[in-house]
Design a protein around this ligand. Structure first.
Ligand SMILES: Cc1cc2nc3c(=O)[nH]c(=O)nc-3n(C[C@H](O)[C@H](O)[C@H](O)COP(=O)(O)O)c2cc1C
Length: 160
């Protein structure tokens, strides 16, 4: 059976670099494995922070979007988080998506790929702690891609 991997983009902001980096990460995975890889844009998953009265760990989702997101995560065998570092942490949109379910993450491998002016190591360490809390299986290498000032401040191409 082909294993399904979701590459989840951490950034939802306008003008983000995340799609290009996620495409590259996904391409590397596609070239070297026979995994079925799908890129997930959290901007397309409206997951309001205030409309689920239950605790996700109990799996009692009331809203259609929470059920759909839970199923999407449940159907995957592994994950790659491709995320920028924001103010020494990870983006709120990514944490919100993580917190919308619970058991669906459990026991599944996770590769954390970060990027930023300093590569995103602080964000990676924090995400790893979250993954441990969810009893995921984060792999040890946590690639951290350093973006140049030109990319960050002048929106130059990623290889500038
Ligand atoms: C809200 C915000 C906070 C940021 N904080 C950091 C940071 O702590 N460390 C860092 O290296 N870069 C930081 N940056 C720069 C980002 O790494 C850079 O803008 C990157 O392109 C953001 O990813 P995105 O374009 O996919 O959203 C920050 C950018 C934003 C928008």
């Amino acid at each position: 059976m082909t294993k399904r991997v979701l590459v989840i983009m951490g950034s939802v902001r306008a003008g983000r670099h995340c799609p290009a980096i996620a495409q590259w990460v996904s391409g590397v995975g596609q070239e070297r494995t026979d995994l079925e890889i799908e890129i997930i844009d959290l901007a397309e998953w409206l997951l309001p922070m205030d409309d689920e009265p239950g605790i996700p760990a109990l799996g009692l989702y009331e809203q259609h979007h929470s059920k759909a997101w839970g199923q999407k995560v449940a159907q995957a065998h592994g994950f790659v988080f491709v995320t920028p570092q924001y103010n020494w942490g990870y983006p709120a949109a990514l944490k919100n998506a993580i917190d919308h379910c619970y058991l669906e993450w459990k026991g599944k491998p996770l590769l954390i790929v970060t990027y930023g002016g300093h590569g995103g190591g602080k964000c990676a360490i924090q995400l790893r702690q979250v993954a441990d809390g969810l009893k995921m299986k984060p792999v040890s290498p946590m690639p951290a891609i350093t973006l140049s000032n030109a990319v960050i401040r002048e929106n130059a191409p990623l290889d500038a």
